[in-house]
Structure formats: structure tokens, C-alpha cells
Design a protein around this ligand. Structure first.
Ligand SMILES: Cc1cc2nc3c(=O)[nH]c(=O)nc-3n(C[C@H](O)[C@H](O)[C@H](O)COP(=O)(O)O)c2cc1C
Length: 198
């Protein structure tokens, strides 16, 4: 494969990109968000993820600003389903989460029966790789990004809003935007803490 940079430069860029990415809370992600072209680059990066059987076991659903209110409503109602005694403040806090980052996108894993038969574990690895490719591309474009999850992802209300079919699972949201305030990156674990030899 012909590369635009030398192997040494590629290794330096990759290392810099991977190690300088950090999870940014959506509270610290503001406008401007990605342009349509930048978003396309992120999605093209997702398509470059390892994908055993080329099943594309993921899909992404963008939540544009004009649909955030609907998501907020679902967040509030999902909280009330779980806790009918939730206070107005707790409901407002749940709803507010729908209005944060400029780009908000639901990650959906497609885990139903498939041909060829690839295990759910393998497909989840593929989903994770696609998500990481998006995060790294956003980071390379100088945006911050963060993942968010929570119990609302399991709510039938959320499943209905996003049109999830049987076998599809809402995994997390990807949030992307301009970072207002950087925090100290977390200390990453030493490889010796997670590798051994047979
Ligand atoms: C599937 C998934 C869901 C996540 N959901 C949340 C979340 O709801 N809230 C949060 O603060 N971080 C969430 N994170 C981000 C992690 O907390 C973050 O990656 C971790 O603290 C390590 O920080 P780093 O990414 O900066 O290395 C999630 C990460 C993954 C992989």
C-alpha cells in the first residue's frame, strides 16, 4: 500500500493521535461542531474498522438539533419509568443531556442472526473499533469527543424513537464538538498490567 508519509512518520502520527485522545464530557463540548464533510470523514473511518464476515454490525443514528427535544422527552420518561418518584430536578437533569454536544450520534450494534455466523463477541469488537475510528478521526480534526451511556439506552421508549429492530442494541452515544476546557489526561495502565506470556 502506498502511504502519503514515511513509515516512521506514520508511527509518530498514530502514537500522537492515540495517546492524546481523551474522553471529554459533553458538558465541555460546544459549537462549532463538525462540518458535513468532517462528519463524512468520521463515518468513512468507521467503515474501515475490522469486520469479520463484512457484516457491518453497526449503524449510527445522528440526532440533529431539531430532534433533541424528542430525545430529551424520552430521557425524562425513561427516568420516570425506572423511578416514578423522580423529582422535577432529576427529570430536568436527565432531559438536559439530550441538548449538549453539537454532534450527537447513537451507536447501534446489529447482533441478530447473521450469515456468515459471526459471534456476538466478535461483532461487538468490530463495533468498538468503528467507534474508536470515529473518535480518533474527530480528534485528528481538533474536536473533542466523549462517549455516554446510561440506563435510558435500554428503554423501550428509546428503542422506539430510534427504530431499533430485534437483535439491535443501543450501545452508547458519541458526542463531538469544540472543547471549552481541557482536563489532565488520565494515567493509562502499564502494558505489563494486562499482558502475560503463555
Ligand atoms: C461504551 C462506553 C460507554 C461510556 N459511557 C460513559 C458515560 O456514560 N459517562 C462517562 O463519563 N464516560 C463514559 N465512557 C467513557 C469512559 O469513561 C472513558 O473512556 C474512560 O474514563 C477512560 O478515559 P479516556 O477515554 O480519556 O482514556 C464510556 C466509554 C465506553 C467505551
Amino acid at each position: 500500500m502506498d502511504l502519503a508519509v514515511s513509515p516512521g512518520e506514520l508511527s509518530d502520527y498514530a502514537g500522537e493521535l492515540i495517546h492524546s485522545r481523551q474522553n471529554v464530557s459533553p458538558r465541555r463540548l460546544v459549537d462549532p461542531g463538525p462540518t458535513p464533510a468532517q462528519l463524512q470523514d468520521m463515518l468513512a473511518a468507521a467503515a474501515a474498522a475490522p469486520d469479520h464476515g463484512q457484516l457491518m454490525p453497526w449503524r449510527f443514528v445522528i440526532v440533529p438539533r431539531n430532534r433533541r427535544e424528542q430525545l430529551a422527552e424520552v430521557f425524562g420518561l425513561a427516568l420516570l419509568d425506572r423511578d416514578p418518584l423522580a423529582s422535577p430536578e432529576q427529570i430536568a437533569k436527565a432531559q438536559e443531556k439530550a441538548h449538549r454536544a453539537p454532534l450527537l450520534m447513537l451507536v447501534v450494534a446489529r447482533l441478530g442472526p447473521c450469515e456468515p455466523s459471526i459471534s456476538v463477541n466478535e461483532r461487538m469488537v468490530s463495533v468498538g473499533c468503528a467507534v474508536q475510528n470515529i473518535l480518533l478521526t474527530a480528534h485528528s480534526q481538533s474536536f473533542g469527543s466523549g462517549l455516554t451511556s446510561g440506563q435510558a439506552l435500554q428503554s423501550p421508549r428509546l428503542r422506539a424513537l430510534f427504530g431499533l429492530t430485534q437483535g439491535e442494541e443501543a450501545v452508547c452515544f458519541i458526542n463531538v464538538g469544540t472543547v471549552t476546557r481541557h482536563r489532565m489526561p488520565r494515567l493509562r495502565p502499564e502494558p505489563s498490567s494486562f499482558v502475560s506470556s503463555l
